[in-house]
Design a protein around this ligand. Structure first.
Ligand code: ZN
Length: 457
């Protein structure tokens, strides 16, 4: 097995083999840099002195930065004058506050990302491969654009197609351009492999999945459906798009440790957890110039592997992330339903191309009492309120009835669901979407929508 290319790249970049020494030095330097240049950190780190940071334990005293902090006033984070900003990314925010999370990059910041992509891709493709990029790539500085630039530096031919809108079209391009490798969004690539089975299994040898966490069931199916090796990448815009990528052993990511310092902390106490224990992933940029971030809480659930990677690297390995910590809803008394559990159980159903998940509250619905000829709503009539788990399944009409039963059966494999149904506090409802939509919901992260009312008292 080939050792991750990232190891040598990092040693070369930092000019030594002592990553910890380098990272600690950079953390101190960076604290000094942001305190002098960013209005936000000048205030936020007013009690922190870089000379007091002499170990990673000391660094744990530094306060976290949150997504809210950025939304409140992104410009306050800038460390350079706006004329040096070459790319601004506005991230969709789900709330109605209208505040958007904007992330700024200089030319130099983007160059660091290209360099990481280049090195990470070396373990996946070589100059004999032809890559189709199914990620946004029209705009200069977008993830697809930077990836294409990176690939051209290692002489790999690539084409930017963008997120999949038309499966047939993508399938034709695969044939026409003799594509053997894909980089794309997990559910979209799965859907492509199902709809264009033959083309996929005959052509695609390597897949790199990005932009969302990847259910194991999805990786298993893709791997089985062709002679396909499936790699995953972890990154987010705040990280500078790239964060970590899997090596040939396919057991978790090696990280961009020359540019980023990662920690895993308890989401409740904020204290660092041990390797092998799950927590929230937190990172600090070490080389970013435009908008450095210090101890940024990603909201992603993950852990460092306690074991060394099979590829023999001295780099740390982060297990595949499990998705957003908040991507769950409470069904009853501290019992949560995770999107991940739903995905692991529903992805297996081959007829479904995608689905949306929401939880409703049936207290708003009314029941009709025939005898009295009156409408009651659940609450007035003292009928116990139930939650309704609504799955909108993207499936053909002729398959719907069969698939419906399968969905219910698979959902019942999830303990919190089967228990809640037994208790009489949860019902499952399976719907077809209102109108035909293409599979995949673009680059949006998959989540459970909770439409239940908040009760007071
Ligand atoms: Zn490895």
């Amino acid at each position: 097995m080939k050792k991750t290319s990232l190891e040598n790249w990092i040693f070369k970049k930092i000019g030594s083999r002592d990553i910890e020494d380098y990272q600690l030095r950079k953390l101190k330097e960076n604290i000094n840099y942001v305190k002098n240049n960013s209005r936000f950190y000048k205030e936020q780190l007013r009690y922190i002195n870089e000379n007091d940071i002499n170990s990673f334990e000391d660094f744990e005293k530094v306060p976290f930065t949150t997504a809210e902090d950025i939304k409140d006033n992104p410009l306050r984070f800038l460390c350079v004058s706006q004329q040096y900003i070459s790319r601004i990314v506005s991230l969709n925010t789900s709330g109605t506050t209208g505040k958007s999370k904007r992330i700024f990059f200089t030319e130099e910041d983007q160059e660091l990302t290209i360099d990481f992509f280049k090195e990470g891709m070396k373990d996946i493709v070589n100059s004999n491969d032809r890559v189709l990029i199914l990620l946004p790539g029209e705009i200069s500085g977008s993830v697809g654009d930077l990836l294409k630039k990176a690939l051209s530096r290692i002489n790999v031919e690539s084409y930017i197609q963008g997120p999949i809108k038309d499966v047939k079209k993508v399938s034709n391009i695969i044939k026409l351009k003799n594509i053997n490798s894909l980089v794309g969004i997990p559910v979209q690539v799965l859907s492509l492999s199902r709809k264009e089975k033959e083309v996929f299994s005959n052509s695609i040898e390597k897949v790199l999945l990005s932009t969302d966490y990847v259910p194991n069931a999805l990786i298993e199916e893709l791997t089985d459906s062709g002679n396909c090796k499936v790699f995953t990448h972890y990154g987010m815009t705040e990280m500078g798009l790239g964060g970590g990528v899997e090596c040939e052993s396919l057991k978790g990511y090696h990280l961009r440790e020359a540019d980023l310092y990662f920690e895993v902390v308890s989401p409740t106490t904020g204290r660092k957890v041990k390797d092998g224990e799950y927590g929230e992933i937190v990172f600090t940029t070490l080389t970013r110039k435009g908008m450095p971030l210090i101890r940024y809480r990603t909201g992603d659930k993950g852990r460092f592997s306690a074991k060394a990677c099979d590829c023999g690297t001295v780099l740390r390995t982060m297990d595949r992330i499990l998705g957003r910590i908040e991507n769950k809803v409470e069904i009853y008394d501290g019992n949560f339903l995770n999107m991940r559990d739903i995905d692991e159980n529903l992805i297996k159903i081959k007829e479904i191309m995608n689905y949306e998940v929401s939880v409703m509250d049936n207290s708003k619905s009314q029941i009709y009492n025939k005898k009295e000829g009156k409408l009651y709503n659940y609450r007035e009539n003292n009928i116990e309120e139930k939650s309704e788990l609504v799955i909108t399944a993207y499936v053909s009409k002729e398959n719907f009835e069969v698939v419906k039963d399968e969905i219910v059966r698979n959902l019942n494999q999830i303990p919190v669901i089967s228990k809640s149904i037994k208790k009489g506090i949860l019902e499952i409802k399976i719907l077809l979407p209102d109108r035909e939509k293409e599979s995949g919901n673009g680059t949006l992260k998959r989540r459970i929508y909770d439409y239940r009312r908040e009760y007071e008292g």
